[in-house]
Design a protein around this ligand. Structure first.
Ligand code: 2PG
Ligand code: MG
Length: 420
């Protein structure tokens, strides 16, 4: 169907910061909207999130320029066009004309890109995941070995540290990963462990306040103490590490990397990449850790390659987030240099769904795993749940079992399981 109107507005994300929402109207008068998330521990190679930098509004974080770009330049170009996602995304890339989307803003571009995919699913009268599977992934399946939509394992961040929780811990995210993939089971297991952890913390008179992604953020003394508390809580809820669930970490180490060394503030130590690798292999073996995300900084390529080589021996998954920024060029380099074996996929790091899909298919074709991810600043938009199911992603990372902007994605997986 033909696009008849495009309207964008400034809304607020889960941290109370402005972000972009765009509504696309089709010729049958149906309206399709999408909202854009925003990171805190951002990689320097991400596409540009356009902020107004006008300190009289929202401490400079307003997005009125991005909104205006949608309401003028983008609207003028795409009203009257067929709502075909790849054609519209190519048009958006051409209108922007830069490598990193600095002109129109990745937030402006993504808001349109996502909304057009929703509009196209409406045109075909199918659920969003079904449209995406058929449009983006089905023909790729001989190369990617992903032949049908399937539910991802949940990476559930139940303890928040680093930049998301005032540096309680050096590690940013402590996640539980139920082994089972069926959402009604995996969500329940994760929620039971989360609530059980709340009880463990309360019994120790520790805080049960939550951080940016809905995980607890207690005053424990070390990374290991956090892992022990999670295992204890899971046991109380009737679940065993390895048998029922696994533990995963997002170290987000770019945030504490300086001059070739990594600063572990809690231990008051600066570690070399080799020393940090030893630390990871020790805790990895002790706790049977499933995956390490951003174990090294965004440009520390050599450390990544050495760690991935080591990790394969111990069957750790090494996930690149700031390293790869969902950018097909950086993923290609990482595949060639064996710098990771999985990619974290964040739609706003690259800015269009077309390029996001290219990143996913490239990773799957290389035998890599993917984890479709939220940002720490989120909205109620659940687009990534449909995307994760459509591409048969191995994982989805969308926060803890509290706060509705996180639950919106889990709840959408439950809807999909129920045929919606
Ligand atoms: C991450 C994310 C999401 P942010 O580092 O993986 O959990 O955080 O959105 O702040 O980059
Ligand atoms: Mg990360």
């Amino acid at each position: 169907m033909i696009i008849t109107n495009v309207q964008s507005l400034e809304i607020l994300d889960s941290r109370g910061n402005p972000t972009v929402r765009t509504l696309i109207t089709l010729e049958d008068n149906s309206v399709h909207s999408s909202s854009v998330p925003s990171g805190a521990s951002t990689g320097s190679h991400e596409a540009v999130e356009l902020r107004d930098e006008d300190n009289t509004r929202y401490m400079g974080k307003g997005v009125l320029t991005a909104v205006e770009n949608v309401n003028t330049t983008i609207k003028d170009a795409i009203v009257g066009m067929e709502a075909d996602p790849n054609t519209i995304d190519s048009k958006l890339l051409q209108l922007d004309g830069t490598e990193n989307k600095a002109n129109l803003g990745a937030n402006a571009i993504l808001s349109v890109s996502q909304a057009v995919v929703r509009a196209a699913a409406h045109t075909e009268n199918v659920p969003l995941w079904k449209f995406m599977f058929e449009y983006y992934f089905k023909d790729q399946s001989p190369n990617t070995n992903h032949h049908s939509p399937s539910f991802p394992q949940l990476l559930v961040n139940i303890v928040n540290g680093g930049k998301h929780a005032s540096w309680n811990f050096d590690i940013q995210e402590f996640m539980v990963v139920p082994n089972i993939k069926t959402p009604s089971e995996s969500v329940r297991i994760a929620a039971e462990i989360f609530h059980s952890l709340g009880k463990v913390l309360k019994a120790r008179k520790l805080s049960t306040l939550v951080g940016d992604e809905g995980g607890f953020s207690p005053q424990l003394n070390s990374n290991e103490e956090v892992l022990d508390a999670i295992i204890e809580a899971a046991k109380n809820a009737g679940y065993e590490n390895v048998k029922d669930f696994r533990l995963s970490l997002d170290v987000a180490s770019t945030e504490f990397f300086k001059d070739g060394k990594y600063e572990l503030k809690k231990q008051n130590k600066w570690l070399s990449p080799e020393e940090l690798t030893t630390y990871y292999t020790n805790i990895g073996q002790k706790y049977n850790i499933l995956s390490f995300e951003d174990a090294f900084a965004e440009d520390d390529w050599e450390a990544w390659t050495n760690f991935t080589d080591m990790a394969e021996k111990f069957k750790f998954i090494t996930i690149g987030d700031d390293l790869l920024v969902t950018n097909p060029e950086r993923i290609r380099r990482a595949i060639d240099e064996k710098a990771a074996n999985a990619v974290l996929v964040k739609v706003n790091q690259i800015g269009t769904i077309k390029e996001t899909v290219e990143a996913i298919n490239m990773a799957h074709s290389a035998g890599w795993k993917t984890a479709i991810s939220h940002r720490s600043g989120e909205t109620e938009d659940s687009f990534i749940a449909d995307l994760a199911y459509a591409c048969g992603s191995e994982f989805i990372k969308t926060g803890s079992m509290s706060r509705s902007e996180r639950l919106a994605k889990y709840n959408r997986l439950l809807e999909i399981e129920n045929g919606l």
